[in-house]
Design a protein around this ligand. Structure first.
Ligand SMILES: Cc1cc2nc3c(=O)[nH]c(=O)nc-3n(C[C@H](O)[C@H](O)[C@H](O)COP(=O)(O)OP(=O)(O)OC[C@H]3O[C@@H](n4cnc5c(N)ncnc54)[C@H](O)[C@@H]3O)c2cc1C
Length: 345
């Protein structure tokens, strides 16, 4: 059995400082971290628990200056049930309602949710070692030369979970979360505190696409010790008229095979603004900009919706196991847009 030290952070600054040390990892709800520790994928020497931090900025949901701000320690169920989120950003509430289970949503935080890792099989394979595990010798062997001994190639064959957008020949791991699609579609910004102070970053820049990875284990653009403290989402008519459609194997307790976070603003018969974020089909939370371009400024009809859905997957690369994601992904886009046409806005 691997052992690790457990520490309760007493302040945000202290958490950032302690988590920046080699072998340390932040710990929030623990709902995905503990699984990965048990599997030996994560091998922290120390976990820094941030869930006892009292700072209201980490725990509250508020509207200020035309922005919806959600603290990173807000629990998934808290945001899902929040009246302001439901009213001003229904896509975010719905995406959280459709994620995981009630028990998990009561434990899991928004910060931890966006930092969850792929559910693709290879990542849970005992031979897979993440760069965050702090075990330098093994990381060097497996992390930096992942195909050197041939074994990881075998476990990384595309599966039905794998992505069809944003992939490379050797990396098709899909991003699994639900909350992130609304954030990427509506230009959210994340607030970050690290050992060197505070900064902000567009949410769209957080996750690293396979083609941009310098090292196999690259995942998020956070420096050691950096803590996500909040998400800020600009309020807009399209955000108020938004929805989340998720297609999955079961009606509950399952990750998306394909999902769409969509918002719409009409000006008469023309689309004034449209936002489309896709989940379950891409390596990172995916903004379907080409699909938005098809719709913006024109009429919203069955034909234009279908054309937008086609455009969203024009660059898809499929394999036998995951080709079904393209028609499924197109259909969730059309379903979301159709739902929005029936909503007042
Ligand atoms: C059975 C099961 C089903 C699930 N189904 C879904 C689903 O359908 N949809 C979905 O979206 N998710 C699903 N999940 C994932 C679940 O939502 C995540 O486990 C949860 O959101 C993670 O949050 P947490 O607070 O528990 O994070 P933790 O497990 O504590 O941490 C996760 C990661 O985030 C890092 N981290 C945590 N907080 C911060 C922060 N503030 N700043 C920087 N890094 C941080 C940690 O270091 C760790 O690497 C499922 C999980 C399980 C176990």
């Amino acid at each position: 059995m691997r052992t690790f030290a457990y520490e309760r952070a007493t302040s945000l600054a202290q958490a950032a400082e302690r988590a920046s040390e080699p072998g340390a990892m932040l710990y929030a709800g623990g709902t995905t971290m503990l699984d990965l520790i048990k599997l030996g994928v994560y091998r922290p020497q120390r976990v820094i628990d941030i869930t006892f931090l009292e700072d209201p900025a980490l725990r509250t949901i508020e509207v200020a200056g035309g922005t919806l701000r959600l603290g990173a320690l807000v629990k998934m169920n808290q945001a899902a049930e929040d009246a302001t989120v439901k009213d001003r950003a229904p896509v975010l509430s719905e995406s959280l309602w459709l994620a995981a289970t009630q028990q998990l949503r009561h434990m899991a935080t928004l910060g931890g949710n966006v930092m969850q890792r792929t559910r693709d099989t290879y990542f849970r394979h005992p031979d897979w070692l993440d760069l965050a595990d702090g075990d330098a010798a093994e990381v060097e062997t497996y992390g930096n030369t992942p195909y050197g001994d041939g074994r990881l190639t075998t476990v990384r064959q595309p599966t039905r979970l794998s992505a069809v957008l944003g992939t490379t020949e050797t990396d098709t791991a899909s991003y699994p979360g639900d909350f992130a699609q609304g954030l990427v579609a509506f230009d959210a910004v994340i607030e970050i505190t690290g050992p060197d102070g505070a900064r902000e970053m567009p949410f769209a820049d957080l996750h690293v696409r396979p083609a941009d990875k310098a090292n196999e284990g690259d995942y998020a653009r956070l420096a050691p010790g950096e803590v996500i403290t909040a998400f800020r989402v600009p309020l807009s008519p399209a955000l108020a008229r938004s929805t989340y459609v998720k297609a999955r194997d079961r009606a509950s307790y399952a990750f998306a095979n394909a999902s769409a976070a969509v918002g719409l603003e009409m000006d008469g018969d023309a689309v004034a603004d449209v936002r489309i974020g896709l989940g379950g089909v891409a390596t990172v939370p995916w903004r379907a900009a080409a699909a938005e371009d098809v719709l913006r400024g024109g009429p919203l009809t069955e034909e234009t919706m279908r054309a937008a859905a086609e455009a969203a997957f024009a660059d898809a690369v499929t394999h036998e196991a995951n080709a079904f994601k393209v028609p499924l992904g197109r259909n969730v886009i059309v379903q979301a847009l159709t739902t929005l046409t029936r909503m007042e806005g």
